[in-house]
Design a protein around this ligand. Sequence first.
Ligand code: AVJ
Length: 344
Amino acid sequence: MSMSNTASGNTSPNLENRLQIEQLLNAATLSASALTEKSDVISGLTQKPKSVQARYFYDDDGSQLFEQICDLPEYYLTRTETAILQECAKSIAQITGACELVELGSGSSTKTRILLDAYNQLNLPLHYVSIDVSAGILESSAKALLANYPSLQVHALVSTYELALKQLKPASLPNRLICFIGSSLGNLNPQECQVFFSQITKALQKGEYFLLGIDLHKSKDILEPAYNDSQGVTAAFNLNMLNHLNQRFDGNFDLTQFEHLAFYNETERQIEMYLRSLRAQTVTLNALDLTIEIASDETILTEISRKFDLNSIQQELQAQGLKPMQVWTDANQHFGVLLCRLLN
Ligand code: AVJ
C-alpha cells in the first residue's frame, strides 16, 4: 500500500495516521496468562463434571465456524440483534452525542458499522477503540473499516477485556460508549457477570455509556434448534475445540470419538453445550503433562449460553450503578439491546 499525504488534499486519507494498534499482551502478561490458561484447562478436565472454558472455541477455524453459525437459519440471534441495532442506532447516537466507541470482542466488526453509520449521519466524529485477543482479526477489520469511513480513527487493542478495561485511557471525545453486544455476556455465570459489570463501571467515568446486547429467555422450540442446526455447523464448532486443544497443548483427542450435545436447561435458563464421549477413552495433553480417562457417555461441558430476563438484568445493571436509559427489543422479544449510563 502506498502512503501519500499531499497538500492538495487526499482522496485516500492516510491510513497510518488513523490506525493505531497497541499490543497489551506483552511477554510478562502473556507468560502469566499462559500459566493460568494451563492450570484452568487442567482443573477443568480433571474435575467432575469435566469442562473446558468456552474461549477455547476460538482458534482461526473456530472463529470462521462461528461466523458461519451467525448466518444459519436456526440461529436467530445475530439476525435479530442486527435488525434491532438498525432500528435504534440513530437514537443511541443522538443520546450519547460525540462519543468514543469502545467494543469488547470486536471480531469482524460487522454490527459496529451500523453504529458508525448512525454517528456519521449525524456528522459526529468517529473514534473507535476495538479490543480483541486476536491481532489478525483486529488488524484486518480495522483496515476494512478505515477504507469505508474516511474520517474514522481506530485504536486497536490486542488484549483481553479485563486488561483493556483496566488500562483504558480517558475518552478522546466528550463521551464514551462501551459496547458488549452479541450476547457474549451469556457465557458468563452469574458471579462472573457481576465481576464483569464492576470492571465496566470502573472503566467508565460518570455519565458515560454502556451498550449491552443479550439473548432473552424463550421457548425451547426456538432455542434448541439454534444450537442443533440441521447442517451440523454448531456440532463442528463444538468438536473443533478438541482440535484447538490438540494443537495448543500437543494432545490426542480423537474427534470421531465424541458427539455434540446441546439442550436448554430451563431451571438455569441456559443452553448447555457438551461433548459426549462415544466410548471409554484415554487422552493425553503432552504440554500439560496431563492424561485423563473419559468414560463412555461421559460429557465435557464446553459452554453455557444464558438467556436473560429483561427485568432482572435491568435490576442487576441498576444495582451496579449502570442505569438502563433505553431498552430495545424485536417484536417477538427474542433479543434485547440496552443502553445504560454510569450514574456515580
Ligand atoms: C458468541 C456466546 C453469543 O452463545 O450463542 C453459538 C456462541 N455457541 N453457537 C452463543 C455459540 C454455539 C454464542 N455467543
